[in-house]
Structure formats: structure tokens, C-alpha cells
Design a protein around this ligand. Structure first.
Ligand code: 13P
Ligand code: SF4
Length: 378
């Protein structure tokens, strides 16, 4: 197995039973909360050493010493403010690397980050991701200030369905358990029975006693779910809504064919928001953190990651000995998070930056999320 090497970050040996701590409090394994350890200032050279191996996506995604020098004053100011305000910064793996490695306290997939949000002792949570993730943090922490720096409000899945749609479907399918993907608004979660993420969807649906499952809003994940249940010999009647993620639905069989021709040893790793034909041809399918873990635990040197480009950037920064092949697809919502806006929301948050959820809706949505924690631990 590889070891993460860095000039300035803590290095721990990798072990299957030990969480990989890659930077200060950052951990890639869900469930582990580390206290923030340092407010130590970083230099442009240190940031550059961490980001210099990122090659995916052409010049937009790459780092020079000069570019790092522009980020460093912002990073140091954010880290000071974070300490002053007892704030924690949660960062999804799709977010730009200067945010993950400069100011992030926890980085992970949506399940791990919701656990981090549940367990943090900070007074302020800055969620560098998309709105539904910030809403999940607020649902679990009504007393905390949850701030969303991302300027582009949305997610193609969360925007594809509203609470009225769910109420109509519930009338149409009264004997179904309504399972919603975490990529939904608080209002939609409030109308559903159990929330799931890409990390636990199969386990949870398998454990739900009802055979009749309505899965929403991702049609492709719904189809992958139905296929997986069949493969496990579990009988479920699965209906699904017709939303899709505009990033993941784009991957094609032709891309896979070409990559396999060019790199016969490549491991293809995909996210369950991809089409079933893509998942069928993949060596591994899982959440963004599970994709990372698969890569870590697999001896192969070449990988094609069929998900947003931020994950590949992260892998190149942390595991430069592995080769990431293929093109780069960006999520415009995730990539609308910047260091400038993180600093702005920490200094002077406006009502627009804060997450507010009506208390009735919050309580119902919290039940739906608590059901996820219950079934995940079952
Ligand atoms: P993960 O929970 O796997 O990180 O996925 C979130 C997401 O939005 C994928 O597009
Ligand atoms: Fe939403 Fe797709 Fe972006 Fe994930 S990648 S946040 S599902 S639009």
C-alpha cells in the first residue's frame, strides 16, 4: 500500500484498521472526529508541495507556486477566524483542493460529512459543498449557525423533485416505503421515511422490512439499486423517480471501451449515479469515499474515476504514485465554492449565507435522517 507523503502534514502509516489521517484533523474514514489541532500558518511553498501533482483537467485544475502564493493569505486569515469563532469547515471531496488542503477540517462523502456535522462541538459550521448538505447539517444541529459559501445554489438531483411531488406519489403508492437520496431538500426529506447516501443505499434498502420501495429522486441510482437487490437475491418491488445528475449521466460505454483499449490494466471505478451499463462494466461502484478506499486497497496503478473531477484531484494530491486516466467533469454547483466566499461568510454572514429551516419541517426531516443512522448501524 502507498503512503501519503507531504512536507508539512502529519504522516501516519496506512493500516486497514487505522483511519488515514492525511492532514491535521482531516480523515477519510467516516465516523471519526478529530479535534482541530493547529492554527499554524502555511506558506505558498508548503501548499504547492501538496498540490503540485494534480494534473487532471488541464490548467484550470493545476497549481503553480504563484497560484498558491495568491491563496495563502486567504487561507491563513480563514484559519485564524475559524479559531476565533470556534468554527469548523466541512468540505466535500469535489471541492477545489486549495479549500480541502488549506482550510478544511473534515473532507469526505455526504454520509461522513453528515456524521461530522452531527458530532462536532463547533458553534459555527461552514459547509463547503451544496445546499442540501448544509441543510442536513442544520437539521441535525438546529442551535448552530450553518453557513453555505457556495454561490450557485443547487444540485440537479435535489432540484428535480419537491415536497408536493412526494405527497402526490405517496397518495398514488400508499403501501410503499419512501426512500430519499440525501441529495434532496429538507422539505422533501420531511415527506419521506428513510434517507440514504451512495455509501449505504444498498444496505439500508436490503434491511427495510417492506418489499415495496419508492426511491427518489435519482432514476439511475434507482435502476442500479434494483439491479443490486436482484444480484443479492433480495426481492423488492422498486419504483423510482426520474431525476438524474447532469455530471454522472454523461458517461458513456464508448468512453469505457476506449480507456480499456488504451490502458488494458486500468481499474474503472464509478459512482452509483452513473448509468447501469457504466456500473456493470466497472470494477467497483461506491460513494466518493468508498471509491477512494477502493483505490487505496487495490494494487493496480491505473484508475479511471467516473465521478466529479475533484475526487481525482484529491487522489493525485494524496497518492501521486497512482495514475488517474480519462477526462475531467466538473460540477458547477460544487465548484462555486471559493476561499474568498468562505472568508466572507466567516467575517460577515448575510441571511442568504445562513441555512434556515422551518421547525416543523426540520423535525420531520430529522426523523428521516435518524432512520438512516439507525439502518446503517443495524
Ligand atoms: P457522495 O455521497 O458519494 O460523496 O456523493 C454526493 C454527490 O453529490 C455525488 O454526486
Ligand atoms: Fe448534485 Fe451531481 Fe453536483 Fe453531485 S455532482 S452535487 S448530484 S449536480
Amino acid at each position: 500500500m502507498e503512503q501519503y507523503r507531504s512536507q508539512y502534514l502529519d504522516i501516519l502509516p496506512l493500516d486497514e484498521h487505522v483511519p488515514l489521517v492525511v492532514r491535521r484533523s482531516i480523515t477519510i474514514t467516516p465516523h471519526i472526529i478529530k479535534p482541530m489541532l493547529t492554527t499554524q500558518k502555511i506558506t505558498a511553498e508548503q501548499l504547492y508541495q501538496t498540490l503540485k501533482n494534480i494534473k487532471v483537467g488541464g490548467s484550470v485544475c493545476q497549481y503553480s507556486l504563484r497560484k498558491c502564493a495568491e491563496f495563502v493569505p486567504l487561507i491563513n486569515e480563514i484559519n485564524e477566524l475559524k479559531e476565533e469563532k470556534n468554527a469548523v469547515i466541512l468540505v466535500h471531496s469535489y471541492i477545489s483542493p486549495e479549500i480541502i488542503y488549506g482550510v478544511g477540517d473534515y473532507v469526505g462523502d455526504s454520509y461522513a460529512l453528515s456524521k461530522n456535522a452531527l458530532e462536532t462541538h463547533a458553534d459555527v459550521i461552514v459547509f463547503a459543498a451544496v445546499r442540501f448538505m448544509g441543510e442536513t447539517a442544520k437539521i441535525l444541529n438546529p442551535e448552530k449557525d450553518v453557513l453555505i459559501p457556495g454561490l450557485l445554489d443547487g444540485c440537479s438531483l435535489a432540484d428535480s423533485i419537491n415536497a408536493q411531488d412526494v405527497r402526490r406519489l405517496r397518495r398514488e403508492f400508499p403501501h410503499y416505503t419512501f426512500v430519499c437520496y440525501i441529495n434532496t431538500t429538507a422539505e422533501v426529506k420531511a415527506e419521506c421515511d428513510v434517507c440514504v447516501t451512495s455509501a449505504n443505499v444498498y444496505k439500508i434498502v436490503e434491511n427495510i422490512p417492506n418489499k415495496n420501495i419508492y426511491f427518489l429522486p435519482d432514476k439511475l441510482m434507482g435502476q442500479n439499486l434494483a439491479n443490486e437487490m436482484k444480484a443479492r437475491g433480495i426481492h423488492k418491488n422498486i419504483r423510482y423517480f426520474d431525476g438524474t445528475c447532469y455530471v454522472h449521466e454523461e458517461y458513456t460505454d464508448e468512453q469505457i471501451f476506449k480507456i480499456r483499449m488504451e490502458y488494458p490494466q486500468v481499474k474503472i471505478v464509478s459512482h452509483p449515479e452513473c448509468k447501469p451499463t457504466i456500473c456493470d462494466q466497472s470494477d467497483f461502484v461506491g460513494s466518493t469515499t468508498q471509491m477512494l478506499q477502493y483505490m487505496l486497497e487495490t494494487d493496480s496503478k491505473e484508475f479511471l474515476m467516473l465521478t466529479e473531477c475533484g475526487l481525482s484531484s484529491r487522489l493525485q494530491a494524496e497518492f501521486p504514485d497512482k495514475k488517474l486516466v480519462g477526462t475531467c467533469t466538473l460540477c458547477r454547483y460544487m465548484k462555486s465554492n471559493t476561499l474568498q466566499d468562505i472568508l466572507r461568510v466567516l467575517k460577515n454572514p448575510t441571511d442568504n449565507d445562513r441555512v434556515y429551516i422551518d421547525e416543523d419541517i426540520r423535525l420531520k426531516a430529522a426523523q428521516c435522517i435518524q432512520a438512516m443512522f439507525h439502518y446503517t448501524q443495524a
